[in-house]
Write a protein that binds this ligand. Structure first.
Ligand code: GSH
Length: 121
């Protein structure tokens, strides 16, 4: 479905090496949202990234019409809420199913991702 918000400016600050950023790319593509991508050098972060995410200084950050949203899971929920008329919905409609999805996404970030990063591969 074509978007009502065609004038929106959407910019994703990310890194090619980040699977967490990939989840935001997938969400934007699934919803058919046009966006600009800014690749960050995580060893030498841009002033824009530091000012958009001054607390954690991490990617991804989505900047929507100049307003920054950090934290990938919050970004996914924002995308779902703002572009609620654009299929597919990223989260299920049923509150219990939604809670389960949030539980496993948080579990992945807190346990699985950390063990993959620290694994001696
Ligand atoms: N909880 C954050 C985690 C973000 C995160 O860890 N980003 C990493 C890339 S995967 C990063 O920016 N690392 C650079 C740094 O820690 O300085 C989210 O879900 O967005």
């Amino acid at each position: 479905m074509e978007k009502d918000h065609i004038e929106d400016e959407v910019v994703l600050f990310g890194s090619w090496s980040s699977s967490i950023c990939t989840r935001v790319h997938i969400a934007l593509k699934q919803k058919g949202i046009a966006y600009k991508y800014v690749e960050e050098d995580l060893q030498n972060k841009s002033q824009s990234l530091l000012s958009y995410n001054p607390v954690h200084k991490k990617v991804p950050v989505l900047v929507h019409n100049g307003k920054p949203i950090p934290e990938s899971l919050l970004i996914l929920e924002y995308i779902d809420e703002f572009w609620k008329d654009s299929a597919p919905m990223l989260l299920p409609g049923d509150p219990h199913h939604r809670a389960k999805v949030r539980f496993w996404a948080k579990f992945h970030d807190e346990k699985v991702k950390i063990s993959l990063i620290t694994a001696d591969l």
